[in-house]
Design a protein around this ligand. Structure first.
Ligand SMILES: Nc1ncnc2c1ncn2[C@@H]1O[C@H](COP(=O)(O)OP(=O)(O)OP(=O)(O)O)[C@@H](O)[C@H]1O
Ligand SMILES: [Mg+2]
Length: 345
C-alpha cells in the first residue's frame, strides 16, 4: 500500500485523519492543523456550526437542533462528505488558497496498518473532494516510525507501537519494511470507556467525559503498576437519582479496571514477537519498543509495558504527532532513499 518516496516527495500536503484528532502537514509550512476530528452541525439547516476544539467543547452540551459528529470512527472515514467539510474548515482560507494554486495538487495520507480497500478508498475520496488529483497512501506504522526518528532503513529490528484512540498498532520493522505487524482494536477510547464503566458499576456515578483525564492523572503518581495516591475525589451524576454527587475513588481499583483493555495490547506484543525471526527479536531486546500516538502519554503505560515484557520501552518526544511528522519528512525529501526504494511496497 505504501507509496514510493519519489511519489511522496511530489505531494504538496499530508493528512492524518485520526479517530480522535486530524493533523495536516503542508510542505514548506509544517504542521498547520492539529485539532479534534469533530464537527457540530445545525440539523435544521444542515449548516456547519463549528469544527475542531470548539466543536468538541460542545459535546454533550448542545440543544436539540445541534448535533456533534465524528466523521472518522475506528480509524476509518465513515462520513466522507462531513470529513471533507470538516477538513476544509480546519484548513482555513489561507492554506486552501495556497493549495488551490498548485496546478496538480497531490496529497499524502496515512491509513491504519490493515485498512481494507473500502477504508482506503474513503480516505482517498475525502482528499479528492478537497481538490487533490492524486492521493498517496502510507501505512501509519511506517509514517510513525519515520516520524519518531527510528532508523527504519537499517538492517536491524526496530519495534514501533502506535497507541491511537481507536486502536493500538504494533510492528517490527527492518530495512524500511514491516516484518510483522498487528492491529489491536483497543486504544485510548477503550481505556476511557473502562474508567467510565468502572465508576458506573462500582460507584453508580456517571462521569462527564472531561473528568476522565484528571482521574488518569491522579493515577499517575507512581504509574499504573505501583502505588500512587490511594484515593481521589471525583464529581459526577448519580445514576439513580440524577443528582450531582462526589465520591472518593480508590485509585488501585481504577488501575485494575484499566488493566483489562491493556491485556489485549500485551497479547498483541506477544503475537508480534512470536512470529518475528529470532535475529530480529535479539535486536529488540537491546533497542526495545518505541511508543508513539496520543495514548502513549497515558500515565504509567510505559512502565507497565516495561514490567510485562522485560524490554526497554521509550516514549517518542512528541508521540501524538509522530505519524504526520513522518509524512512531513517524506514530503520534504528528508528520508535517505536506499539503493532500492525500501518504503515502496
Ligand atoms: N496526556 C494524555 N494522557 C492519556 N491519554 C491521552 C493523553 N493525550 C491524549 N491521550 C489519548 O490519546 C488518544 C488520541 O491519540 P491520537 O491523537 O494518536 O489518536 P488518533 O490518531 O486520532 O487515533 P487513531 O490513530 O486511533 O485513529 C485519545 O484517546 C486521548 O484520550
Ligand atoms: Mg493516529
Amino acid at each position: 500500500m505504501t507509496a514510493s518516496l519519489e511519489q511522496l516527495r511530489r505531494c504538496h500536503f499530508a493528512v492524518d485523519l485520526g479517530a480522535a484528532r486530524t493533523r495536516v502537514y503542508v510542505k514548506g509550512a509544517g504542521l498547520v492543523v492539529d485539532q479534534p476530528s469533530v464537527a457540530a452541525i445545525n440539523t435544521r439547516t444542515g449548516a456547519l456550526i463549528a469544527v475542531g476544539e470548539f466543536a468538541e467543547k460542545m459535546t454533550g452540551r448542545t440543544p436539540d437542533y445541534i448535533r456533534v459528529v465524528r466523521p472518522v470512527s475506528g480509524g476509518t472515514v465513515v462520513d466522507i462528505e462531513m470529513a471533507q467539510r470538516m477538513l476544509r474548515q480546519l484548513l482555513g482560507d489561507k492554506v486552501r488558497r495556497t493549495l488551490r494554486r498548485k496546478p496538480r495538487l497531490r496529497a499524502a495520507a496515512c491509513t491504519p496498518h490493515d485498512a481494507d480497500p473500502l477504508a482506503q478508498r474513503a480516505t482517498v475520496e475525502t482528499l479528492v473532494g478537497l481538490g487533490s488529483r492524486r492521493v498517496e497512501l502510507v501505512d501509519t506504522l511506517i509514517a510513525a516510525a519515520v516520524g519518531c526518528g527510528l532508523p527504519v532503513e537499517q538492517p536491524e529490528a526496530t519495534m514501533v507501537m502506535v497507541c491511537g484512540a481507536a486502536a493500538t498498532q504494533l510492528a517490527v520493522l527492518s530495512l524500511g519494511s514491516i516484518v510483522t505487524a498487528e492491529r489491536v482494536p483497543v486504544g485510548g477510547e477503550a481505556v476511557d470507556h473502562a474508567i467510565v464503566q468502572h465508576l458506573r458499576h462500582q460507584h453508580e456515578l456517571m462521569l462527564p467525559s472531561q473528568a476522565v483525564r484528571p482521574l488518569q492523572l491522579a493515577l499517575s503518581g507512581n504509574g499504573l503498576t505501583a502505588q500512587g495516591p490511594t484515593s481521589t475525589e471525583i464529581h459526577g451524576r448519580d445514576v439513580a437519582t440524577g443528582l450531582a454527587r462526589s465520591v472518593r475513588v480508590d485509585t488501585a481499583a481504577v488501575r485494575n479496571a484499566i488493566q483489562t483493555p491493556l491485556t489485549a495490547v500485551l497479547d498483541g506484543i506477544g503475537k508480534v514477537l512470536r512470529v518475528c525471526p529470532p535475529d530480529l527479536v535479539a535486536d529488540l531486546a537491546d533497542r526495545g519498543i518505541m511508543m508513539v500516538g496520543g495514548s502513549a502519554l497515558l500515565p504509567g503505560l510505559d512502565q507497565m509495558l516495561r514490567q510485562a515484557t522485560g524490554m526497554p520501552v521509550h516514549i517518542a518526544e512528541r508521540p501524538d504527532i509522530c505519524a504526520v511528522q513522518g509524512l512531513g519528512y517524506m514530503l520534504e525529501g528528508m528520508i535517505q532513499p536506499m539503493v532500492l526504494d525500501p518504503l515502496a511496497g
